[in-house]
Design a protein around this ligand. Structure first.
Ligand SMILES: [Zn+2]
Length: 274
């Protein structure tokens, strides 16, 4: 018999935190128990995500490669199907950008972008699911809301009202806070705690979808190996894969393995072909 762990999972608790923040800005708590200050409503974040995604589609070349699109969608669909319903995201838009960049992102409002260059480093469906699960967690755990809220408070020139309305004056700064490396050309790294959350819950999510969490370490090793090439992975600049991180990932992978086995036993066996 498959044991139902959905009510006790960090993802479930994370969903409650998201719900909580719609009621009271200060009561949010991250899945690892960090208290979060969130100044923006989920609705505002969704609008910022959607607007930024439209901007990305204008700035970057959208891939017309049918097979590549089908492959990325297959993986993204399987992972997003595991997002608990209390997040209220009813549909996901997945776009592949035709670019050498080794990168991917997710935005509030159910948007996922994958650069075709990532597929040279994420060599199979499980490795791609690792990246998508990680990026999705940044959204679900409201990391960009946290970052925007913080920059608002520390007076870095971002005005909440302007941001929320998608003012063009603040577009670049807003998109950077959402984790998009536009205009300035560099992506802002998230904090270490946020990264740990994204690694942990991202693996949880992908394993529940039936993807193999044992591929997380090889993925980040591939990423490091690609660092000496002509186009060093953008993702690596914000996700240093040093020995500490690899050791952490190994521990997390052991935690996620039972979820993977449960998913497989329940018939979740994704077969997305590159
Ligand atoms: Zn990250």
């Amino acid at each position: 018999m498959v044991k139902d762990t959905s009510m006790t999972s960090p993802l479930f608790k994370l969903g409650l935190a998201a719900l909580c923040s719609t009621l009271l800005a200060s009561c949010a708590q991250s899945p690892t128990g960090r208290s979060q200050m969130l100044l923006f409503s989920p609705q505002q974040m969704s609008k910022l995500g959607a607007d930024s995604f439209e901007e990305m589609k204008k700035q970057e070349k959208v891939s017309k490669d049918a097979r590549m699109n089908a492959y990325v969608s297959c993986v993204a669909k399987a992972v997003t199907a595991q997002v608990p319903s209390q997040y209220g995201i009813t549909s996901w838009e997945v776009v592949v950008f035709d670019s050498k960049q080794v990168n991917a992102f997710a935005l509030p409002g159910g948007k996922i972008g994958v650069y075709s260059g990532l597929l040279k480093v994420a060599k199979n469906q499980d490795q791609l699911a690792t990246v998508i699960g990680h990026e999705l967690t940044h959204v679900l755990a409201q990391h960009s809301n946290e970052r925007l809220s913080r920059s608002q408070l520390t007076g870095l020139g971002l005005a909440a009202a302007d941001i929320a309305m998608g003012s063009s004056e603040y577009r670049g700064a807003t998109m950077a806070a959402l984790g998009l490396g536009v205009e300035v050309g560099v992506m802002l790294p998230y904090g270490r705690e946020q990264e740990s959350e994204a690694d942990r819950l991202g693996l949880d999510l992908m394993a529940r979808a039936g993807f193999n969490p044992a591929e997380a370490v090889p993925l980040w090793q591939n990423m490091s190996a690609a660092a000496g090439g002509k186009a060093p992975p953008q993702l690596l600049s914000t996700h240093p894969s040093n020995e500490n991180r690899i050791a952490e990932l190994q521990a997390l992978q052991a935690e996620a393995m039972p979820l993977y086995e449960q998913a497989r036993a329940a018939g979740l066996v994704p077969q997305c072909k590159a």
